[in-house]
Design a protein around this ligand. Structure first.
Ligand code: FES
Ligand code: FES
Length: 152
């Protein structure tokens, strides 16, 4: 879990999102719909973005999990966070942790500056009810530029 071994004695039937938020004190991944439709709960499981609201915590034994809290730990994560702050890319901010996880996983494997259309397509499954979309797209584009210019 975020680079550390994590033991957890959990009640049976809890989702990964419940385990994170209610038992492990990791509250950055958020509960929105609980139906795999909004993206607010996104985390990385073995480096793949997954909806934590739909995963059984019991199935996570031995898996590598990274939550939005871990984005501070590397250059791309920090570039994303700084770009979102710089562009004031939020209204309430509820959707952002999931969007950051998806953007992080996508940009990490990208070898070119993404177009606005590409960014929008990648984030299409994330719901933002505040209408912060233009600033979110701009922030992801800025983070991509910062990150790609820093990798050899
Ligand atoms: S809370 Fe998991 S997708 Fe909405
Ligand atoms: S900023 Fe409020 S839901 Fe996206």
């Amino acid at each position: 879990m975020n680079g550390h071994h994590q033991d957890a004695a959990l009640p049976s039937g809890v989702t990964l999102l419940e385990a994170l938020r209610n038992h492990l004190g990791l509250t950055a991944a958020r509960f929105g719909c609980g139906l795999e439709q909004c993206g607010a709960c996104m985390v990385l499981v073995d480096d793949v973005p997954r909806h934590a609201c739909q995963l059984d915590a019991a199935d996570m034994a031995g898996r590598t999990i990274r939550t939005p809290e871990a984005l501070h730990d590397d250059a791309l994560g920090r570039a994303l966070i700084e770009a979102f702050l710089e562009h004031q890319a939020a209204q309430c901010g509820y959707c952002l942790s999931g969007i950051l996880i998806t953007a992080y996983a996508w940009l990490r494997g990208l070898d070119h500056l993404p177009s606005r259309t590409e960014i929008a397509a990648q984030l299409d499954h994330h719901l933002c009810r505040c209408g912060a979309h233009p600033r979110i797209l701009a922030a992801v584009a800025a983070a991509a530029e910062t990150y790609l210019s820093s990798v050899p």
